[in-house]
Design a protein. Sequence first.
Length: 318
Amino acid sequence: MRSSIIFILSVTTIGCARDDGYQNLRELPAGAQAISLLGDTLWSAPQPTEVRTAHEQRLAAAQQAYDTDRGSADALIWFGRRTAYLGRYREAIAIYTRGIEEHPDDARLYRHRGHRYISVRRFDLAISDLKHAATLIRGTPDQVEPDGLPNVRNIPTSTLHFNIWYHVGLAYYLTGRFEEASQAYRECLQVSNNPDALVATSYWLYMTLRYLGKETEARRVLGAITSDMDIIENHSYHRLLLLHQDQLSEENLLNLVSEDDVPLANATVGYGIGKWHALEGRGEDAASTWQTVLSGSQWAAFGYIAAEAEMARKSSEG
């Protein structure tokens, strides 16, 4: 039951998140992962048996690798990532915190912890971590980030620099700091070096610019998107951008999506279609669509969190 509206449009400046705030997460009920922006207690979502078994086996291997070489930042990062894939975000944050204590200048640890702070709705800590990571990578060469859940071509589509700017942009977006979000996404565009990265960054930048009322700049972002782009995994972002270009209808987009026979329960698509309705002045359709997203179980998905933020903002405005 939703007990309160806790969405806050601004965050408190706390400095570098080496003080990770994990003690605040401990105040949740045992086993809970977060409190939603609408006041709900969030628990790890159930996974199909075969999926959970595979994740547990990979986690066991990652933990063994870390136990074998406690000084390896790589081993610790995989230990944290494999823990998070099981929905154990608080434990993953604790693992990354341990890593930061041992490797305080490794930007990857702040990047991953920042991501999981977003998952548990601690946007203030996420921004602090990710901004610090951006400072650490300044002037350094970019590097491909290996996928924990490989795509169909087994080709990683993101890099360290991309993920840092992408996630800090998202954290700003979710807290309503749209000017800062636009700056972060423009930085992200500079390192969006393949079609998948380009459509993901362009989507959030487009939404940010529309929030800011910068219609000309938003149209310019859309201008870089074509229907024949070679997309490996970010099809939803690509299709949503085509929707805003009027190259794809809502009906056709939904026909391309399957989420337990309820396409709008797909968090990315559901949030995006809801936002499209909102931008076209169809507020009731937008709210109904976001409610459908929130009835699903993908609460760690960025689209789900964004739908939460929209509904929390709507409630706070009366």
